[in-house]
Design a protein. Structure first.
Length: 66
């Protein structure tokens, strides 16, 4: 089951670098079933950074990017 991206405990347990690596490398980075594909060859680093900011906004309760 994927993590609840709105959970503040999840937010505290993952750095922006951790989230970026997970997005770029997919679920296999964390030795999980490949439920989340790797996006590192599809998305540019700036796009991954935008996704990390969006996840942080979800955790802050805003639900929309800044």
């Amino acid at each position: 089951m994927p993590p609840d991206l709105t959970d503040s405990a999840f937010a505290r347990s993952r750095s922006d670098k951790d989230l970026s690596r997970a997005i770029a490398g997919g679920a296999t980075i964390k030795e999980k079933a490949n439920l989340c594909p790797d996006w590192g060859l599809t998305l540019e680093p700036g796009e991954i950074a935008c996704l990390v900011r969006y996840i942080r906004n979800l955790q802050a309760g805003s639900g929309s990017p800044r």
